[in-house]
Design a protein around this ligand. Structure first.
Ligand SMILES: Cc1cc2nc3c(=O)[nH]c(=O)nc-3n(C[C@H](O)[C@H](O)[C@H](O)COP(=O)(O)OP(=O)(O)OC[C@H]3O[C@@H](n4cnc5c(N)ncnc54)[C@H](O)[C@@H]3O)c2cc1C
Length: 351
């Protein structure tokens, strides 16, 4: 897989099929597109592939993928990446597709929040429950401080060098970033609402060891308010069982996990019901010809939100998408077991 450059080129990146979403269904779709002779690229809002499998349950076993009696969600994503490697679909991660418009040529122009544009014959939306976005701190004063003093991710550790940093959260990200930041920050305090964590045992053990060694602090409590006179964060108030404590703070890193947000998809002029894109089950096309939906985002009677359903939906959608990419060509069906070109590509990708 190739992680594509995120610097917007002067003209749109052209492809047969733009796949929105790098969850299991988007990844399989990239493979399937290659098999039937379509170029594709994948865009995802977050910086890593795998969708719900990686964000919500990476180490849980999955038992209902055909011919794989058991594998963890992370292993499944690794296998899907390996499967689409022969076609090396470019991955544009950290981009949320914001707008989609039909061109006079009948093709589609899609634009991301960071200014990347794509020109595609068809679009396959494999966006799950929507794009994953950080769960924000529910305090009015937090929004104005976002990116300057209140952060939902770490772009560069050095931004925190020598500063007093509070990390809020109790999952792997909160613990791992607390541990990483303690090496550069002036002081790190992890704040969590209880003295128990939803992180791996090793991260919890490492954090407790660092606290005992005096390398960082841990406080049980919830963030009650931010004190930022003149827009400069100076301290935060933490509500604790015994009262409210004030903690001097330069930066607050909030790692409460991700939530799915349908976001811009609702504005693309396609029929959406109950947060799902209505599709025709003979080809998984939406109400706008040329735009398809597969996986959890697709809605139809008796829809099952299962990975294997998404694989089937993507596969049928791409067969119809072919007619938009090559309107004058008749697609010839070849079983993969008889597809000599595919065999060559697969062999080359393992060489
Ligand atoms: C705890 C748990 C256990 C599960 N166990 C199983 C199981 O055992 N078997 C099974 O079959 N299923 C299971 N599922 C369900 C399964 O994970 C989903 O059906 C599957 O992840 C759907 O895949 P998807 O590719 O459609 O969407 P997702 O995995 O949700 O991926 C969608 C991706 O699209 C991106 N995206 C959305 N909007 C945009 C946008 N505008 N621009 C850019 N990117 C965007 C998102 O950031 C996300 O990464 C489980 C789910 C959970 C939560």
């Amino acid at each position: 897989m190739t992680t594509a450059s995120n610097t917007p080129p002067a003209s749109p990146v052209s492809t047969d099929v733009l796949i929105i979403g790098a969850g299991p269904v988007g990844l399989f779709a990239a493979f399937e597109a290659g098999v039937i002779g379509l170029s594709s690229l994948i865009v995802d809002n977050i910086e890593r592939v795998g969708g719900q499998c990686i964000e919500l349950y990476p180490d849980k076993p999955i038992y209902d993928i055909p011919a794989i009696p058991s594998c963890t969600a992370r292993e499944l994503v690794d296998r899907l990446l390996e499967q689409c490697r022969p076609f090396a679909p470019p991955l544009h991660l950290g981009h949320r597709v914001e707008t989609v418009e039909r061109l006079d040529s009948g093709r589609w122009l899609a634009r991301t929040d960071k200014g990347l544009t794509f020109d595609a014959a068809a679009i396959l939306i494999a966006a799950g429950n929507g794009s994953f976005v950080p769960q924000r701190l529910q305090l009015d004063e937090a929004a104005a401080l976002e990116d300057h003093h209140v952060h939902y991710s770490v772009r560069n550790l050095d931004d925190f060098a020598g500063k007093k940093v509070v990390v809020a959260g109790g999952g792997d990200s909160a613990l791992d970033w607390s541990l990483a930041l303690r090496t550069v920050a002036g002081r790190v305090t992890l704040v969590h609402r209880r003295n128990g964590f939803s992180a791996t045992d090793s991260s919890v053990a490492n954090m407790r060891r660092a606290v005992e060694a005096g390398e960082m602090d841990f406080a049980v409590g919830t963030i009650a308010s931010l004190n930022a006179p003149g827009g400069q964060l100076e301290s935060i108030d933490i509500r604790q069982a015994e009262g409210t404590a004030q903690l001097a703070t330069d930066h607050l890193l909030v790692l409460f996990g991700l939530v799915a947000d349908l976001g811009p998809i609702a504005q693309w002029g396609i029929e959406v019901q109950g947060g799902r894109i209505t599709v025709d089950t003979s080809n998984y096309e939406s109400s706008r010809p040329g735009i398809f939906a597969a996986g959890d985002i697709a809605g139809y009677p008796n829809k099952q939100k299962l990975i294997l359903s998404g694989f089937h939906e993507a596969s049928l959608a791409l067969r119809k998408a072919y007619s938009y990419a090559f309107p004058d060509k008749k697609r010839v069906h070849i079983h993969s077991s008889y597809d000599a070109k595919l065999a060559e590509r697969v062999a080359a990708s393992h060489a």
